[in-house]
Design a protein around this ligand. Sequence first.
Ligand SMILES: Nc1ncnc2c1ncn2[C@@H]1O[C@H](COP(=O)(O)OP(=O)(O)OP(=O)(O)O)[C@@H](O)[C@H]1O
Ligand SMILES: [Mg+2]
Length: 264
Amino acid sequence: MEAITAEGLTIFYDGKPAVEGVDFTLEDGETLLLLGPNGAGKTTLLKTIACFHRDYTGRLGVFGRAPCEAKKFIGYVPQSHSLNERVPLTALEVVAMGGIYRRGFIHFKLPPETVEKAKEVLGFVGLGDVSERLFSALSGGQKQRVLLARALMSDPKLLLLDEPLSALDPSARAEVVSVLAKIKRERRVAMVITTHDINPLLEIGDKIMLLNKRLIAFGSPGEVLQDQIIKSVYGPLARVVPVEDKLFCITGDVHLHRHGGGGR
Ligand SMILES: Nc1ncnc2c1ncn2[C@@H]1O[C@H](COP(=O)(O)OP(=O)(O)OP(=O)(O)O)[C@@H](O)[C@H]1O
Ligand SMILES: [Mg+2]
């Protein structure tokens, strides 16, 4: 069964298309790296798959259902997380409570099975030893792993990750990539990971999509990472260089935070 199918998918804000005429299929268990410059529509596509945004035409299926009928299969990690760090929650509480958002929270006693499950997923992401620490006191890489653990609480079949590596230094990136690789290896879950920099994620990508409002390319890394394709979006200086037995993609694109209408 396909995790995602899109046919002629066009996504609108206020009647204007932000993503246009996209076709692709992602098989169950596959990892898709979604690459594109600022404003390309990466977050928009992710939110539409997750049923947070519903203004689209064309066909979009998630495990054969409409996105809003497939919510229980989906785990979502937003671009800039919306936890209020002034609320003094431990890593374990963040994971166990699932969604504590800006509006504050109601204190309640968590069921023991929820706490057990939260401990299990925190152990899975390698954070068993910091579960009682305050979320706000963790490193960037640890925070991102807590948010991954939180998304794993519902045993999703599809994980949607919006720029999980942005704003992390190289060693924190490596931490998060190794957890993503472990999720791919040990849990049968399909993933869509948006990114400006594809290089740290290449080892886990089965498919790559290059999006720039329209679908520029979709396929295996070898099919998409070609000079003329990359140059068509990032300009004449962009290129793909083989380094030993791997490809390295030079786009000159650095992530810009807080452009208009970006993260959730
Ligand atoms: N809530 C919104 N209302 C109106 N327009 C929006 C909204 N969110 C995004 N847009 C517009 O839709 C387009 C795609 O935005 P989107 O955030 O999906 O891009 P992105 O590829 O995720 O960019 P980035 O790399 O900066 O995160 C942009 O032109 C953006 O301004
Ligand atoms: Mg985005």
